[in-house]
Design a protein around this ligand. Structure first.
Ligand code: FES
Ligand code: FES
Length: 122
C-alpha cells in the first residue's frame, strides 16, 4: 500500500525537531481529527538554510513532512511556496488516496512558516 520511499521516510524521518531561534514558524492543524504539524525555518537572504518539523500526525504525515523538508532546504522562499501537496506526494512515488489529505499538513505548514517569516519582516 505504501511506496518504498514513503516507508523509508517514515522509518528514518529527516529533519525532525525544532529550531530554537527560528526565523519563521508555521503551525497548522486539522480541527476534525486534531492532527497538528509544526515547521521551523532558518532563512538567509531569502533562502531556506535549515528546516525542521514536528507532527502529531500519522505515518503518511511523517513521511510527507520529512520529504517536504528535504525538498525545501536550499530553495528560495518563492520556490518553496510552489511546493504543493501534489508535488510532495509525487516525490514519494504516490500516497494512497485516503492519505492524500495528510500531505496537505506538510505543505500548508511550510507555506505558513514562510508567511510567518514575511510578516515579521514588515
Ligand atoms: Fe487528521 Fe488525516 S485524519 S489529518
Ligand atoms: Fe492524520 Fe494522516 S495526519 S491521518
Amino acid at each position: 500500500m505504501y511506496s518504498e520511499k514513503v516507508m523509508d521516510h517514515f522509518e528514518n524521518p529527516r529533519n525532525v525537531g525544532e529550531i530554537a531561534d527560528a526565523d519563521g514558524v508555521g503551525l497548522v492543524g486539522n480541527p476534525t481529527c486534531g492532527d497538528i504539524m509544526k515547521i521551523y525555518l532558518k532563512i538567509d537572504n531569502d533562502v531556506i538554510t535549515d528546516i525542521k518539523f514536528k507532527t502529531f500526525g500519522c505515518g503518511a504525515a511523517i513521511a510527507t513532512s520529512s520529504m517536504v523538508t528535504e525538498m525545501a532546504k536550499g530553495k528560495t522562499l518563492d520556490e518553496a511556496l510552489r511546493l504543493s501537496n501534489q508535488s510532495v506526494a509525487e516525490a514519494l512515488d504516490g500516497l494512497p488516496p485516503q492519505k492524500m489529505h495528510c500531505s496537505n499538513l506538510a505543505a500548508d505548514a511550510l507555506h505558513a512558516a514562510i508567511d510567518n517569516y514575511r510578516e515579521k519582516q514588515k
